[in-house]
Design a protein around this ligand. Structure first.
Ligand code: FAD
Length: 460
C-alpha cells in the first residue's frame, strides 16, 4: 500500500537525518514515505570529531558515524547517497536530483520538504588556494584527504589559517602529529568569539604549547614550489613556510538552492524560519541546522551559528512537526566550548561588542580562580569574565578560559541566561561543591559576586 504522504529531505547529516528519524518514530511507512538525498559519501556523521580523528585521539573514522545509510534504510528511510538536489520547484512541490554515479537526473514530488543543506566552508579566491597540500575540513572525506597528505609529507611544518574553534582544534591535532604549527589569524587575537582580553589568554597559552600564533594578519596567497605543492603561506608582512596548510576560516549557510527557489533568506544568508522551524511563508517546507539563521535570545537578533548541537535539536523539532506532533526551537544564547591541548575555552551570551551593537550598557567582572579547591591536587587555574546589564544586573554573557574542568562550567551560565537571571540571583545558586570538583565558591559564582558588586556600585 502506498504511503499517504511523502517527506523529502535535502541533506543527510545532523539536521536532516535527525528530522528523518524523529518523523519515522512518529509515523510508520504506511503513513509517511521518507526520501532523503545526500550528495556526499557519508550520512549522520560527526564532523565535530574530525580534529580528534586527525589528531589520533579517535582511532577509527567509522567511530564518527552515528548511523550509516543501511541502518537508515532498515528503518524505512530511503536515503539516496551521492545524489545532489539541483533544484527545488516550490510551486510544483518537487525536487530535481542528479545521481553522481550515473549522471541521471529525475524529479521527486513531495508533500513536505525539509532543507538541511548545512554550511559551506569559506574558501577565499587566493592565489594557490587549490594547490596540493592545502586542505579545508568539513567532511569525513576532507579528514581522510588531510590524513593521506600527512602520511605522504616528509616536512613537518603546518600552517593553520584561521583561529576560530576549528583552527585551534586543528592546531592541537597537528601538534599531536608532531608538526611545527603556525596559526595565521586575521583577528586581533585567536578565538574571535571571545573578547580580545580573553582571546589574549588563549594566545599566551598557545605560545606556551609551542604553537606560533600570528594575529592581525590577512593571508594574501599560498606559495607553491616547482612541484606545484604548497611551500608557504604569504601574508601582508611575511612568508610562513608550510608543508601542509589547513583552512579554518569559517562557514556560510549553504542556501544557493533555497535562494534560487525564492525562499526567504536573512541578512547572514541563512533561511528564515518560524519557531516550529517552518520556512517563513511556506506551510509545507521546513529548514534546520547550519543552513538557517537562529534567534539570539540575549540580543534579540537573528544570527548564523553553525553548531551540531543546534542542528540536532532543529532536526528533532522538524521531525516532530512533520510527523504530526508539535515542537519549537525558541532560539539560542550562544553557548560554545572547545579546547586546544589542555586549554579549555568557553563562551555564552554576548561579548562586549555584541552588547554595544544592540545598545546595551553593561559592567564587566573578570576573576581568577581554580577548578578544584586550591589545596586539592591538580587544581587548575581559570579566568572567568562576566557581563551584566548596567542598572538591571541581568546576566548578558560569560567567557571562560582555563585548564581541565573550566569549559563546561559555562553551562551554568547558559542556564542562567536562558532563565533571564540577574548576576545577583546567580550568587545564590545552589551549585555542588566538594574539594575535588571546585573551590567552596565555584568560579562562576565568584564572577557573579564581582559582577553584582559592580552593578551595585554603578547604581550608586
Ligand atoms: C571540523 C569541525 C568540527 C566541528 N566541531 C563542532 C563541535 O565541537 N561542536 C558543535 O556543536 N559543532 C561542531 N561542528 C559543526 C557541526 O558539525 C555542524 O554544525 C553540523 O554538522 C551541522 O549539521 P547540518 O545537518 O546542518 O549540516 P551538515 O552536517 O553540513 O550536513 C548537510 C549535508 O547536506 C548535504 N547537502 C548539501 N547540499 C545538498 C544538496 N543540494 N543535495 C544533497 N545533499 C546536500 C551535504 O553534503 C551535507 O552532508 C564542527 C564542524 C566541523 C567541520
Amino acid at each position: 500500500m502506498a504511503a499517504t504522504e511523502r517527506l523529502v529531505i535535502i541533506g543527510g547529516d545532523a539536521a536532516g537525518m535527525s528530522a528523518a528519524s524523529q518523523a519515522r518514530r512518529m509515523k510508520g511507512p504506511d503513513e509517511l514515505e521518507i526520501v532523503a538525498f545526500e550528495r556526499g559519501n557519508f550520512s549522520s556523521y560527526s564532523a565535530c570529531g574530525i580534529p580528534y580523528w586527525v589528531g589520533g585521539d579517535v582511532g577509527e573514522r567509522d567511530g564518527l558515524i552515528a548511523r550509516n545509510p543501511e541502518e537508515h534504510r532498515a528503518r524505512a528511510i530511503e536515503l539516496r547517497m551521492r545524489t545532489e538536489v539541483t533544484e527545488i520547484d516550490v510551486a510544483g512541490g518537487r525536487v530535481r536530483a542528479r545521481d553522481a554515479g550515473t549522471g541521471a537526473e529525475s524529479w521527486t514530488g513531495y508533500d513536505k520538504l525539509v532543507i538541511a543543506t548545512g554550511a559551506r566552508p569559506i574558501r577565499p579566491a587566493l592565489p594557490g588556494i587549490d594547490a596540493p597540500g592545502v586542505h579545508g575540513l568539513q567532511t569525513l572525506d576532507d579528514g581522510q584527504a588531510l590524513l593521506d597528505t600527512l602520511s605522504r609529507t616528509e616536512g613537518r611544518r603546518a600552517v593553520v589559517v584561521g583561529a576560530g574553534y576549528i583552527g585551534v582544534e586543528m592546531a592541537e591535532a597537528l601538534l599531536k602529529r608532531g608538526y611545527e604549527v603556525t596559526v595565521v589569524n586575521r583577528g586581533e587575537q585567536p578565538m574571535a568569539t571571545l573578547d580580545p582580553d580573553m582571546g589574549r589568554l588563549v594566545h599566551e597559552a598557545m605560545s606556551g604549547m609551542g604553537i606560533t600564533t600570528v594575529s592581525g594578519t590577512a593571508v594574501t596567497g599560498i606559495l607553491t614550489g616547482d612541484d606545484g605543492r604548497v611551500r608557504a603561506v604569504a601574508t601582508d608582512s611575511a612568508e610562513h613556510p608550510a608543508d601542509v596548510v589547513v583552512l579554518g576560516i569559517g562557514v556560510e549557510p549553504e542556501t544557493a538552492l533555497a535562494r534560487a527557489a525564492g525562499l526567504p533568506l536573512g541578512r547572514h544568508g541563512g533561511l528564515l524560519t518560524d519557531l516550529a522551524m517552518r520556512v517563513r511563508g511556506h506551510e509545507n517546507i521546513w529548514a534546520g541546522g547550519d543552513c538557517v539563521e537562529v534567534l539570539d535570545l540575549v540580543s534579540g537578533r537573528e544570527r548564523h551559528i553553525a553548531l551540531g548541537t543546534h542542528a540536532n535539536k532543529h532536526g528533532q523539532v522538524i521531525g516532530a512537526n512533520v510527523g504530526g506532533g508539535y515542537g519549537t526551537f525558541p532560539g539560542v544564547v550562544g553557548t560554545a566550548v572547545s579546547k586546544v591541548c589542555e586549554l579549555e575555552i568557553a563562551r555564552t551570551g554576548l561579548r562586549e561588542k555584541d552588547a554595544r551593537a544592540v545598545g546595551l550598557q553593561y559592567v564587566t567582572a573578570t576573576i581568577e580562580s581554580t577548578s578544584r579547591a586550591g589545596y586539592y591536587p591538580a587544581a587548575a587555574p581559570m579566568t572567568v569574565k562576566m557581563l551584566a546589564e548596567r542598572r538591571t544586573g541581568r546576566l548578558l554573557g560569560v567567557q571562560i578560559v582555563g585548564r581541565e574542568g573550566a569549559g563546561k562550567r559555562v553551562d551554568v551560565a547558559a542556564v542562567a541566561l536562558t532563565a533571564g537571571m540577574t548576576v545577583d540571583q546567580m550568587t545564590a545558586l545552589d551549585l555542588g561543591y566538594a574539594p575535588p570538583f571546585s573551590p567552596v565558591w565555584d568560579p562562576v559564582l565568584v564572577a557573579a559576586r564581582k559582577a553584582s558588586a559592580a552593578v551595585r556600585k554603578e547604581r550608586g
